[in-house]
Design a protein around this ligand. Structure first.
Ligand code: SAM
Ligand code: DTB
Ligand code: SF4
Length: 346
C-alpha cells in the first residue's frame, strides 16, 4: 500500500536538514550550483518544506511613489537620468493616492504594499512624506515595505517609528561584479544601509538580479553575501533582469549574456538552501516567463511574488493570469492573518 504523504510528513523529513548558517564558503555554494538539476531541486524542496507551508505564496504589490530622474547610474535601471529610456521624471505622489492604491491592492489580495522611490537617498521631507504613507497603508491592515535608496541610522529609525515593517535594499550582485554595473556608489554603501536597517529593527528585504552578464561565481558570491549577513534577510527578491531599451544592459551583448531559465531556477534553489527560513521572492521578469518556468521556481523554493499589473516602470503579469496560475497549481495565496502571524506584524 502506498504511504500517504502529507505536508506534515514531508516537513518532518526535512527537519533533519541543516539549520541557519552564516558561514557559507563560496566553494560550497558554487558546488550547490553544480549539482545535477534534479538533485538541486529535490534538496531545495526538502529545505522548503522543513521551513514553510508547501503550497502557499505571499503576494506583495509594488507602487512607484516617485518615478524617474535618479542620479545613480545603475546599468540595469530605466529610472536613471544617465540613460534615455523614455521614463519621465515625476514628482512624489500625494499620500492619499498612495493609500488608495494600497486599498485596491488589498482588495485584490495582496498582504504587503511596497513603496519604491527613485532616490539615491531620501531627504528630510521625503522621510516625512513616506512616513505619512506608511501610517496610511498600515491603517488598512497591510504590511508595509519601502525602498528609497541609502538610509542613515536616524532615517531608518524614523521609518520604523512610522510603522514600517520591511526595507528593500538589494545587493544586486557579487561585490566584484557590482563595480561593473554601478559607479556612483559602492557595495559597502549597500551593506552600510542594510546594517542601519537591521539596527533599527526593521525587517530586511535584500536580493539581486540575475542575467546582467555576471558569471555563476558572481551569482554564488551574491548569495554568500546575503546568507553571511548577521541575520538572513527575511525576504530575498531574485529578479531576472528586465532589459529596458536605453540602459547599458539592454544592448546586443547583454542579450547574449542572458541566463537560461534553468540557471535562473538554480539561483532560486540555492537561495532557498542557504537561507532556509527566508521568503524567497520570484520578482522582476515574471512577465517574460512561461507558467512552467514560474512553477519550477516555486518548486525550487520561491514563496513570494509581486502581484499587480506593474512593477515600478515595467510590466508584471496581470492578476487574472496569476490567479489562474495559482489555481491550476493549487497554491494558496497567503492571507493577511498568515502574513501577520509569520512576521509578528500588526
Ligand atoms: N532607488 C532604490 C534603490 O536602488 O535601492 C530603490 C528602487 S530600485 C528600482 C530597486 C531595485 O529594483 C534595484 O535594486 C534592482 O534590484 C531592481 N531593478 C531595477 N531595475 C531592474 C530591471 N531592469 N530588472 C530587474 N530588476 C531591476
Ligand atoms: C526588487 O527586488 N524588485 C522590485 C522591488 N525590489 C523594488 C523592483 C523591480 C523593478 C523592475 C524594473 C522596473 O519596473 O522599473
Ligand atoms: Fe536609482 Fe534605484 Fe534605479 Fe539605481 S536602481 S538608478 S538607485 S532608482
Amino acid at each position: 500500500m502506498n504511504a500517504v504523504v502529507t505536508e506534515n510528513s514531508l516537513r518532518t523529513e526535512g527537519a533533519a536538514l541543516p539549520g541557519l548558517r552564516h558561514d557559507w564558503r563560496l566553494a560550497e555554494v558554487e558546488a550547490l550550483f553544480e549539482l545535477p538539476f534534479m538533485d538541486l531541486m529535490f534538496r531545495a524542496q526538502q529545505v522548503h518544506r522543513a521551513h514553510h507551508a508547501a503550497n502557499r505564496i505571499q503576494m506583495s504589490t509594488l507602487l512607484s511613489i516617485k518615478t524617474g530622474g535618479c542620479p545613480e547610474d545603475c546599468g540595469y535601471c530605466p529610472q536613471s537620468i544617465h540613460y534615455d529610456t523614455g521614463v519621465a521624471r515625476e514628482d512624489t505622489m500625494p499620500v492619499a493616492a498612495v493609500v488608495d492604491a494600497a486599498r485596491r491592492a488589498k482588495e485584490a489580495g495582496a498582504t504587503r504594499f511596497c513603496m519604491g522611490a527613485a532616490f539615491r537617498s531620501p531627504k528630510k521631507k521625503d522621510i516625512e512624506r513616506v512616513s505619512e504613507m506608511i501610517r496610511g497603508v498600515r491603517e488598512l491592515g497591510l504590511e508595509t515595505c519601502a525602498t528609497l535608496g541609502m538610509l542613515t541610522p536616524e532615517q531608518a529609525s524614523e521609518l520604523k517609528d512610522a510603522g514600517l515593517d520591511y526595507y528593500n535594499h538589494n545587493v544586486d550582485s557579487s561585490e566584484d561584479y557590482y563595480k561593473k554595473i554601478i559607479s556612483t556608489r559602492t557595495y559597502q554603501h549597500r551593506l552600510d544601509t542594510l546594517e542601519a536597517v537591521r539596527n533599527a529593527d526593521l525587517k530586511v528585504c535584500s536580493g539581486g538580479i540575475v542575467g546582467m552578464g555576471e558569471t555563476r561565481t558572481d551569482r554564488a558570491g551574491m548569495l554568500v553575501t546575503l546568507a553571511n549577513l548577521p541575520e538572513h534577510p527575511q525576504s530575498v527578491p531574485i529578479n531576472q533582469l528586465v532589459q529596458v531599451k536605453g540602459t547599458p544592459l539592454a544592448d546586443g551583448e547583454a542579450e547574449a549574456a542572458a541566463v537560461d531559465s534553468f540557471e535562473f531556477i538554480r539561483t532560486i534553489a540555492v537561495a532557498r538552501i542557504v537561507m532556509p527560513a527566508s521568503q524567497v521572492r520570484l520578482s522582476a521578469g515574471r512577465q517574460e516567463m512561461s507558467d512552467e518556468t514560474q512553477a519550477m521556481a516555486f518548486m525550487a523554493g520561491a514563496n513570494s511574488i509581486f502581484y499587480g499589473e506593474k512593477l515600478l516602470t515595467t510590466g508584471n503579469p496581470d492578476v487574472e493570469r496569476d490567479r489562474s496560475l495559482l489555481a491550476r497549481l493549487k497554491i494558496n495565496a497567503e492571507t493577511q492573518e498568515q502574513t501577520n502571524a509569520r512576521s509578528g506584524c500588526c
